[in-house]
Ligand binder design. Structure first.
Ligand code: ZN
Length: 306
């Protein structure tokens, strides 16, 4: 069995090294590659329990301070103003929300990592089902396969992404690779200066039919696309009032692991949004975006991707 219930601190180092450019979603405790090595934890410690999708210490994305969050909001509002819109009008605007999708499957020279066209179709179908509730749809334009073992292992990622990326700001590029994460995403406000690498990377075993237990129903690509559309984690900022800047996702102190019956990790009103696609719960636990997240996505879409 390739995956085992171990957590490697090495993954946190990987996360740290990419922290300035990406939002990442690390391979969960339950699904890490075997061969733990000396720097690994055994699961079922508090730390491992909290890890779930987020890696050993929850260090799965670049830190965005409250100051940067507020700066991004100001920049977004000013961009919208230049398009003759307010944050409010943009959040309800009826722009075209049909997103072209380009899949890039990175195989080893021996052909490992070759997800099937049916798996890709199922992945897009999951995205359509989940984003349908906030008015977005996805259509697969093309699937290209590359035989390059380094690329399969997510090496030279800036190079392979810039060489293979297709479409404009509205195009979702999905690179299917093998790495110590479930997925990694870029943010829409970074597109203008990093357009060559814009998109999401997902572990090839996270697609529907993959073998990462609890994380093989396509929820990873849905979660990463949420970042690509401008959403933060529901636990961004912990129990602060800024939190994820979405009013109807109650603050939570940390990522959710698994799918608990109920969780309430912050003193403010509201139980944790454990079923939200922007938490770290299991794929089977995911079921919702909120109206506030829909409004934020519309605003970000209009400002940066429409
Ligand atoms: Zn995430």
């Amino acid at each position: 069995m390739r995956f085992a219930r171990t957590v490697c601190l090495a993954a946190a180092a990987v996360i740290g090294s990419t922290a300035l450019t990406v939002v990442g979603l690390a391979i969960p405790a339950q699904a890490r590659v075997a061969d733990p090595g000396p720097a690994c934890l055994t699961p079922d410690t508090n730390e491992a329990a909290a890890a779930a999708r987020g890696g050993a210490r929850g260090l799965d994305h670049r830190g965005i301070s409250v100051a940067e969050q507020l700066a991004i909001t100001r920049r977004t509002d000013s961009l919208l103003a230049s398009k003759g819109m307010t944050a409010r009008s943009a959040s309800t605007s009826l722009v075209a929300r049909r997103i072209p999708v380009y899949f890039h499957v990175m195989l080893t020279k021996a052909g490992r990592g070759n997800v099937s066209n049916r798996q890709i179709a199922r992945q897009v179908s999951v995205m359509n089902q989940d984003y349908g509730q906030i008015g977005y749809s996805f259509h697969l334009v093309s699937t290209r396969r590359y035989k390059n073992t380094a690329w399969h292992n997510d090496r030279q990622s800036a190079l392979y992404r810039s060489r293979t990326r297709r479409g404009g700001a509205n195009a979702l590029n999905v690179w299917v690779v093998d790495f110590p994460y479930l997925g990694i995403s870029t943010f829409p406000w970074d597109y203008s200066r990093k357009r060559a690498v814009d998109g999401i990377r997902v572990h090839f075993q996270s697609l529907p039919g993959g073998n990462i237990v609890h994380f093989n129903e396509g929820g990873t690509a849905v979660h990463e696309t949420g970042h690509w559309l401008g959403l933060y984690h529901t636990f961004q900022g912990g129990c602060t009032t800024t939190n994820d800047q979405v009013d109807d996702t109650p603050a939570q102190s940390s990522p959710t692991s698994g799918c608990p019956a109920q969780r309430d990790s912050c003193p403010a009103n509201g139980t944790d949004p454990i079923h939200n696609y922007m938490d770290y719960s299991w794929d089977s636990c995911y079921s919702e975006f909120t109206p506030g997240q829909a409004a934020r996505v519309n605003k970000m879409w209009t400002a940066y991707r429409a």
